[in-house]
Design a protein around this ligand. Sequence first.
Ligand code: BG6
Length: 473
Amino acid sequence: MEYKTLCPFPKDFLWGGSSSAYQCEGAWDEDGKSPSVQDCKPIEPGNSDWKVCVDHYHRFKEDIALMAEMGFKEFRFSIAWTRIIPDGDGAINPKGVSHYHEVIDECLKYGIEPVITLYHFDLPQILQDKYGGWVSRQCIDDFVRYCEVCFNEYGNKVKYFLTINEQNMMTMYNMGDCKNDKERYQANHHMIVAMAKATIRCHEICNAKIAPAPNISCVYPASSAPLDNLAAADYDQFRNRLYVDTIVFGEYPEALSEYFRQRGCMPEITDEDLKIMKAAHPDFIAFNYYGADTVRYVSLEEGEKIKAAGRREGANPEEFMIGMQTEPGMAVSVSNPLQEKTSYNMGIDPVGLRLTLRQLWERYKLPLLITENGCGVKDELTPDGKVNDEYRIDYLRKHITACREAITDGVKLFGYSPWSAFDLISTHQGITKRYGFIYINRDEKDLKDLARIKKDSFFWYKKCIESNGKDLD
Ligand code: BG6
């Protein structure tokens, strides 16, 4: 609905920005850090590796000062498990622990609330080699122990922890290289239990609030056909609710559980697991949003064929992706011709953000924090050292307006932390695909001087924050 006037953002709204350790820190083997699974993954040809990134590990003070200049109220960053417990399950590394004390203290010095992700794709490689990572139940205890170290060390100065970033993307895109679906959903279940246990331990150890941080987007049916509507509802269970119902209600969505059972991939769940899941109560929901999904219905038979085509030797990248985004008998993801796209073919859909916010609020009645949203673009540095990123301003303006509309709808949204605070290395498209307010002067292979340069969006966001979201011109 369209309102005549919109409610303002709450007075203490957390404006800020996000990052993740392996994408910005560099210093990949310094001060006792061990390699993570991300450090060990093959790099796409032509892309930067993770060794230096944007050198945030050494330049965090400069970066935080710039965030303070923009008026940030929060900075969401992740702690690298590989710095805190380099061998995953053994000795605590004092240098790693003290590094994050310094980062947190630097934020607090400027009145910036640190929002800490405990896990952002970067499992210690040693645990992957030792027992296959999340496929093993042992990973639950090792993760919880690492989290306990963080709660004990930082819990008296950090108000917000996030457990696992985008668990759903890790599972849907098989980032743990599981051999089959049964294994993939078992690994996923272990993450659910690990999050639940970490949530309980956080509440026992400190006063901080804690939340999951999945990637959530509402799902549109490709047409008004009844079966496409069913596909959208099913896919919503599959890509969203599986990762939120389990942590908020302690339950798997029912229809999806039966679907998994019949496909032989329902994980083994112990009574103890269920008890833990029921006992965990996150304080809020953090989520990343990049655009709504659109799906059409696919029969079991057709879905199996699409999947098989994506898995076959010699499948082209498009067939592979469609195969990954198909659930036989449920849905296949399709491109939405009515949704605007970035140059990297990512959706630009502020209405989808408003809808997603409403669905989350109506279902779970927990306060919401947007921990990622943004537009990755190949920014150009002008000869006089500027970045005219009007497209980013336009993207953010529309999404911030959608947040305000959702607040007017009654949604309890308490912060907006777009991706990313400053340029960092994208998951698959190197430094070329940039998201930040601050340009980092480097190319894929040439590190140049790594200078920090304020983009036009830097000044625009500063004004937005100063006016508490009113001045978006
Ligand atoms: C999210 C991740 O999926 O999207 C980030 O949490 C990631 O780590 C971001 O960088 C943007 O995606 P990409 O692939 O453009 O880096």
